[in-house]
Design a protein around this ligand. Structure first.
Ligand code: GUN
Ligand code: ZN
Length: 636
């Protein structure tokens, strides 16, 4: 089974899981199918899930099938896919959850895995030991040991079937991390997080998220991760942001049975609804009163379909947010659903350094709605880089303009002897940095004239208005110098160009006549950087890449590939993770990189799509999107 990551935001991703029954795009929710109930009148059949709702993977329970003579015989004879009439991928669970609900199950751990294989399950689950939040540390440790032993034994039986090995460990975060490490070492190809249903049922989201942070540390990013039993739409965006790829939901039908109606944020009883706040086909064709007064079976049929539509809508919204880099924004909205969810969400800001390692550098925009928005990793990373990398280019004297005007008023006005600072959501900010990500992409109604950055200036004058004069040459130099510090490192501009004064002679920023935005950077008449204007970042040319290679030791700025892959990358093909032998650990997804061979010969220029950790852990997909190979280059 192959799994690749195609788009990322926070610790979440859009992935592609290749199964024997087609490709499943993640994040995905797998509807739980109870094979005993799909023949009931009004029930949603697997065929309907596939054709009408577009679900490409479902989950069913092999224990239930095994315990029914009729189903067992059919499944063994015809196979699971034919029995359920589902052409997509089918995952099976093992009876572990039944053991939690009913106290015990009567099945042999090896027998249930063999059975799942025999009926043709695409992904079968071992009989893990469900560990509740009430378990003592000793009990949790014991259960982990048994689970791991069963995983090892099951591996020999699984054959072609992908084996899901759940992580237990109760509420003990170190045990959760340990479990993730052990299961990864075992080579599991599909990893669910188990034992968390009781936490979700009692709204203990903060503990759940804490567990997910620890799980993430021990896990490989190369396998899909499933959160067992998280079928409610309100937690899904958070779990995705914390690295979960798949979910299963029985709640859409269980809740429907009790007359409960999903919204994105909550669940309501139809008894209290006067309106149906939804436009799905169900809600478009009926109203609240009709639904309320309907016979039970009919109502259940409609409610379960509506609930599924809501789940799907949330998944689509999450995917779109990942593509736009606005997942954090979505969390701020969804977090409002419940005080406990909000408190749990704050943990993601508190642990921003964990998230930052995986979070892409560039987003389309940054909305700052409240203080909490400032906890998002891109914001924190910007402050961190400002403090660690940025040195005032315009000298140690600052001039803070009080009026919080648009920086464009100052565009092109570089003042020879002072650095102009403007109040911003990040605190006082050098005016020329508004051209640099994320400062120019930040949308906020708040700005501050106090902040850490002031410590970088030996003196600071506060004035109402900027002085007259100033010119483009000085402005451009500061934009370039500061932008390169923020993007590549505080020591880089000096290593490339000596001093700002020297650079003034040799370096030129070419701007669009119409918009004044930067287009490219030339050095002594040669193309040095491209400028991604909408993003405020620089792209490398061969000329600047060679300068970086000459002045900085490997692996800085580099992705080193194996001999086997080198010729392909030199031709301009993208870099696959498994051919990377070394990488600069400071890089982040979205960074410009130089692809080199083992002898540090440059092969290609491109953009890193994964974090260094992921490059080491992913087995398929693309690590570097190559823009140009040495053999395919057009100019120098
Ligand atoms: N379904 C919900 N929770 C669990 C779990 O912990 N293990 C298994 N196998 N299935 C589950
Ligand atoms: Zn609806």
């Amino acid at each position: 089974m192959e799994f690749e990551s195609v788009e990322k935001d926070l610790m979440g991703r859009i992935g592609r899981l290749k199964t024997r029954h087609g490709v499943v795009e993640t994040p995905a929710v797998l509807p739980v199918v109870n094979p005993n109930l799909i023949t009931e009148e009004g029930a949603i059949t697997p065929r309907e899930l596939y054709d009408r709702f577009g679900f490409r993977m479902i989950i069913t329970n092999s224990y239930i099938i095994l315990k029914s003579e009729n189903l067992k015989e059919k499944a063994l004879e015809r196979g699971l896919h034919s029995m359920l009439d589902f052409p997509g991928a089918i995952m099976t669970d093992s009876g572990t959850f039944q053991s939690y609900v009913y106290g015990d199950v009567d099945v042999d751990p090896e027998r249930i895995v063999e059975f799942q294989r025999l009926i043709g399950s695409d992904i079968g689950t071992i009989l893990d030991v469900f560990t509740t939040p009430k378990a003592t540390r000793g009990e949790a440790e014991e259960a982990l040991k048994t689970t791991l032993k069963r995983a090892k034994d099951s591996k020999k039986i699984a054959g072609e079937m992908t084996l899901a090995v759940p992580l237990q460990g109760g509420i003990y975060t170190d045990l959760r991390e340990r479990a993730a490490l052990d299961v990864t070492a075992l080579g599991a190809e599909y990893i669910p997080v188990g034992g968390v249903v009781p936490l979700m049922e009692s709204y203990r989201y903060r503990e759940l998220f804490e567990i997910l942070f620890h799980v993430q540390r021990g896990l490989t990013r190369g396998v899909p991760v499933h959160l067992f039993g998280a079928g409610h739409p309100s937690v899904i965006p958070f779990a995705v942001a914390l690295g979960m790829d798949l979910f299963d939901s029985a709640s859409y039908v269980k809740y429907a049975r009790d007359g409960r109606y999903f919204t994105e944020y909550s669940t309501r009883s139809v008894e209290v609804l006067e309106e149906l706040p939804c436009n799905c086909p169900v809600c478009s064709n009926t109203d609240a009163r009709e639904l309320r007064e309907m016979p039970q079976k009919e109502r259940e049929a409609l409610l379960s379909r509506h609930n599924l539509y809501v789940i799907q809508r949330v998944i689509k919204e999450v995917k779109q947010a990942i593509r736009e880099g606005t997942l954090w924004e979505m969390l701020e909205r969804y977090g409002r659903a419940h005080p406990k969810l909000w408190k749990a969400f704050l943990l993601i800001g508190e642990r921003w350094e964990d998230v930052e390692q995986l979070d892409p550098l560039y987003k389309k925009r940054l909305f700052l709605i409240s203080k909490v928005s400032r906890g998002q990793p891109v914001f924190r990373r910007a402050i961190k880089r400002l403090m660690e990398r940025y040195q005032p280019v315009g000298g140690p004297e600052g001039l803070l303009i009080k009026e919080s005007d648009s920086f464009t008023k100052y565009l092109g006005k570089g003042y020879e002897d002072k650095e102009i600072l403007l109040p911003s959501p990040y605190g006082p900010l050098p005016a020329h940095l508004f051209e640099v990500f994320p400062f120019g992409q930040t949308v906020s109604e708040d700005s501050f004239d106090e902040g850490e950055i002031l410590s970088k200036y030996s003196s600071l004058e506060r004035v109402e208005k900027a002085p007259e004069g100033g010119d483009w040459q000085w402005w451009n130099m500061r934009f370039l110098w500061g932008g390169v510090q923020m993007q590549f490192g505080g020591d880089v501009p000096e290593a490339l160009w000596g001093s700002p004064e020297e650079a003034m002679k040799d370096v030129k920023v070419v701007r669009s006549k119409k918009t004044s935005r930067g287009r490219s950077v030339q050095y002594r008449g040669k193309h040095y950087f491209g400028v991604r204007a909408s993003e405020g970042t620089f792209t490398l040319s061969w000329f600047s890449a060679r300068a970086l290679l000459n002045r900085f030791e490997p692996p800085r700025f580099r992705v080193v590939v194996s001999e086997e892959a080198a010729p392909y990358n030199a031709e301009g093909r993208s870099v696959f993770p498994r051919f990377v032998v070394d990488i600069d650990p400071e890089l982040r997804p979205g960074d410009e990189v130089i692809v080199v061979d083992k002898d540090d010969n440059p092969l290609a220029l491109g953009r890193l799509l994964l974090s260094p950790r992921e490059v080491g852990e992913m087995k398929s997909g693309v690590a570097v999107k190559v823009r140009e190979g040495v053999k395919s280059r057009e100019e120098d």
